[in-house]
Design a protein around this ligand. Structure first.
Ligand SMILES: Cc1cc2nc3c(=O)[nH]c(=O)nc-3n(C[C@H](O)[C@H](O)[C@H](O)COP(=O)(O)OP(=O)(O)OC[C@H]3O[C@@H](n4cnc5c(N)ncnc54)[C@H](O)[C@@H]3O)c2cc1C
Length: 432
């Protein structure tokens, strides 16, 4: 049975960093004495978590803590990483640590602290199933959207003046990957390893497919967690390629780069995306590359080889076997194809943004007609759709920072400006 309908000025879909950044901006504005905006966030996970399947011991952030949810928008925000450290009583300890790159465990705790501290109401275990446009703007409460969800108490609906979709990423899997308990995407690594309950003292054999940061992190994790296991890494390049985090290249993530990318001609934008791909894609932190190399080298010295690289190698087929997974591997240089048995295969094969594809699937609008404007409002055939914003799935138009944390703070401020400038919302919020 549908739950009673309520109305919110803003409904956020997804309680990841993007909508938490917006919730922080809304909170600050409300506390500054402006007409209050109510925000409800619907999140399908049962409790706050940030990529929990990859919360590996010691894994660090790929971005400076100063690019938290707020600082680039408002360095005095009470929701900064520094405010979090102070609240947790670790400010001076963190300073002594002398790093810009906290662990993902600590950053997750920061994000959870923000989720608990903002005045937006966050409903967990609640999956949005559809977003429907209400007819006309003449509804008595000013609602323009009906957000349908499935929650812990069954199906429900929420009326909204505006909706901000920030549903994050979906796992990208190769065609040969029929996933199961022993063949899975790295995004669910810890969950699958826990379920497999593998004996750490047994001589397992793992295959990690992919050449990016996640692949390298997974290889290191498996190598450390299963001291008798052999870990093999299959990837397209000749060796792990370092991530370019040098200062000039890093400028592709600057807030100002969004205008540059958005305004550029399509061919220029595409060229820049390709030239700067190794700031984020198919690349690994140099420090981690060096750590893996040192391990492999030491194993060559001792003769106890457990970390093995299979460069320029593609997987052609994989099927469940009695012991795990049987895999056909093709070395593209020697053109030799071999078959091997693995305890488990981890596909660290990347992601794609979900965007609005799930929530607007019932609209009957061809995907090529849907875009996102510079102000993050959805457009259909170039016409902005009032009160529907998208965070994250804008890499093709807004640049490489779209799926990352780099621009969360500034983007939240821009979306808030849009929400406030929106005539009907302002009118309602002022009680006129
Ligand atoms: C392992 C890993 C490490 C990363 N490390 C970094 C890093 O160090 N620096 C960096 O800049 N970026 C990093 N990223 C990129 C990452 O995408 C961003 O950091 C960030 O998570 C993006 O935030 P988001 O809110 O847009 O999306 P997400 O964090 O993916 O959040 C989206 C949320 O929406 C929810 N959701 C989806 N569909 C629905 C629905 N229908 N109904 C309700 N809820 C829904 C999901 O459960 C999820 O909680 C990393 C990504 C991964 C996978």
């Amino acid at each position: 049975m549908a739950q009673q309908q309520a109305i919110a000025d803003v409904v956020g879909i997804g309680a990841g960093p993007s909508n938490l950044g917006l919730a922080a901006a809304v909170h600050e504005r409300n506390k500054a004495g402006y007409p209050s905006l109510s925000m409800a966030v619907l999140e399908r996970k049962p409790a706050f978590a940030w990529h929990p399947g990859m919360l590996l011991d010691g894994a660090t952030m790929q971005i400076a803590f100063l690019k938290d949810l707020v600082t680039l928008r408002n360095p005095r925000s009470p929701f900064s990483f520094l405010s979090y450290l102070e609240a947790r009583g670790r400010l001076v300890d963190f300073i002594n640590h002398q790093t810009f790159f906290p662990t993902r465990v600590e950053f997750t705790d920061y994000l959870g602290w923000v989720a608990e501290s903002v005045d937006a109401s966050i409903s967990y275990g609640t999956t949005v199933t559809a977003v429907e446009r209400l007819d006309g703007s003449g509804t008595p409460d000013g609602a323009r959207w009906l957000v349908r969800f499935s929650g812990p108490d069954g199906d429900g609906e929420l009326r909204a003046r505006s909706v901000v979709v920030a549903t994050g990423l979906r796992e990208r899997l190769p065609e040969w990957a029929a996933t199961g308990p022993r063949l899975f995407h790295n995004h669910r690594l810890l969950e699958h390893l826990a379920a497999a309950d593998l004996d750490p003292a047994a001589p397992h054999r793992f295959l990690v497919v992919g050449g990016g940061q996640s692949a390298a992190e997974v290889a290191q994790h498996l190598h450390r967690s299963y001291p008798e296991a052999v870990v093999e890494c299959a990837f397209n390049s000749y060796g792990f390629q370092p991530a370019d985090d040098s200062p000039y290249a890093n400028k592709v993530f600057d807030p100002a780069a969004v205008d540059d990318f958005f305004d550029a001609e399509d061919d220029v934008r595409a060229e820049l995306m390709a030239r700067h791909a190794t700031t984020n894609y198919g690349c690994v932190d140099l420090e981690l590359i060096n750590e893996l190399y040192a391990v492999e080298y030491q194993e060559k010295v001792t003769g106890n080889r457990r970390l093995l690289m299979r460069p320029v190698t593609e997987v052609r087929a994989a099927a469940p076997s009695n012991t795990g997974v049987r895999v056909e591997l093709h070395d593209r240089m020697s053109e030799r194809t071999t078959t091997a048995e693995y305890t488990a295969v981890v596909c660290a094969t990347g992601f794609r943004s979900i965007g609005v594809s799930d929530v607007v699937s019932d609209w009957g609008v061809a995907p090529e007609r849907i875009r996102v404007g510079r102000d993050y409002r959805l457009t259909i055939d170039g016409e902005p759709v009032p009160g529907l914003y998208v965070q994250g799935a804008t890499e093709a138009t807004h640049g490489l920072g779209s799926t990352l944390l780099s621009n969360v703070a500034v983007r939240a401020g821009e979306i808030l400006d849009g929400l406030v400038a929106d005539t009907s919302l302002t009118t309602i919020a002022k009680g006129a």
